[in-house]
Design a protein around this ligand. Structure first.
Ligand code: PBG
Length: 310
């Protein structure tokens, strides 16, 4: 009876796995603040993508961790950059059996750790960054990404990327826009995962946790600029935003259960204070109930396994 009347169901196809690929390592390297999550070597990423196909999830979102960084984030646009190489390997492995997604943002590649390039006064230069995002998206699509995911929260990023992709004959590349991305403390473990060099914070370009109206404006702008899907991030502390976005958006809405959300459940479960499986599945179900059609989660492979063996 509970199955018959359940209003929300979680399915492996709802899930997307974020994965880190690090340059210059030969073995998977654990991420201390995200127990169970690793940085993959370039040679290991195809196997991870194959595991995602076998688990029946819908996609993999790749993040690159380069060995050298510079002020302009050159590694992001170069075809030999770690992320673009990883995209190539993954796409060769999975073809169209899995959505291959790329984080389209400079923070992993810049020595100052910001999501964009800086002006002479050390502030993030929005419009100069857009030109680099356009080149980055083209490089990612050429390397094999089905989906690019601009996560840097620059104004106009979706339009700039759409125009660039179309101009390069890449009309079929999908844009998953981080429409409402908050300046959140829950990204802490991610910054270890990508060995971020950021000093300070991203409050000049990410959303204020106090606000929802400006997030809905960002959502409208991204859709008007050509976003194919929009995302709210983080998920669990922002379920009201997920719900409002789902009501309002004319494209599918995704939510990102971020590193700190994963770490909280993983840490409490490791202490025996919480049931890892039950807590993870409940959190994912709640994100769906709020209105997300897709969920990016570090639990994706595990959750798919749990769902296959209830
Ligand atoms: C930026 C980006 C971040 C995350 C995804 N893309 C970090 C940030 O804004 O500092 C965070 C993801 C997570 O915490 O799991 N490229």
């Amino acid at each position: 009876m509970r199955g018959l009347v359940a209003q929300t169901r979680l399915h492996p196809q709802d899930l997307i796995l974020p994965a880190f690929v690090a340059e210059g390592i030969t073995q998977a390297r654990p991420i201390t603040s995200m127990p169970g999550v690793v940085q993959h070597p370039l040679d290991g990423v195809a196997a991870q993508a194959r595991a995602a196909v076998d688990a029946g999830i819908s996609g993999i979102m790749l993040f690159g961790v380069p060995t050298t960084k510079d002020a302009r984030g050159t590694g992001a646009t170069s075809p030999s950059g770690i992320l673009n190489q990883a995209l190539e390997r993954v796409r060769a492995e999975v073809g169209d059996d899995l959505l291959v997604m790329a984080d389209t943002c400079l923070d992993e590649f810049t020595d100052h750790g910001h999501c964009g390039v800086l002006d002479s006064r050390g502030r993030v230069d929005n419009d100069a960054t857009l030109e680099i995002y356009a080149d980055m998206a083209i490089a990612q699509a050429r390397a094999g990404a089905h989906v690019v995911g601009p996560s840097g929260m620059m104004d106009g990023q979706v339009a700039a990327i759409r125009t660039a992709l179309d101009g390069a004959g890449l009309q079929e590349t999908v844009i998953l826009a981080y429409a409402a991305k908050y300046a959140s403390a829950f990204y802490g473990p991610f910054r270890e995962a990508v060995q971020s060099s950021l000093q300070g914070d991203r409050r000049t370009y990410q959303q204020d946790p106090a606000n929802i109206t400006e997030s809905l404006r960002e959502l409208d702008l991204d859709i008007a600029q050509g976003a194919d899907l929009v995302m709210v991030k983080p998920a669990m502390s922002y379920l009201d935003v997920v719900a409002a976005a789902a009501q309002r958006a004319t494209v599918p809405v995704a939510a990102y259960q971020v590193s700190g959300e994963y770490a909280m459940i993983a840490a409490a479960a490791a202490q025996g204070w919480i049931d890892r499986r039950a807590a993870a599945l409940e959190s994912l179900l709640s994100i769906k109930r709020a209105g997300a059609q897709a969920v990016l989660t570090y639990f994706a492979l595990e959750a798919a396994e749990w769902l296959a063996h209830p």
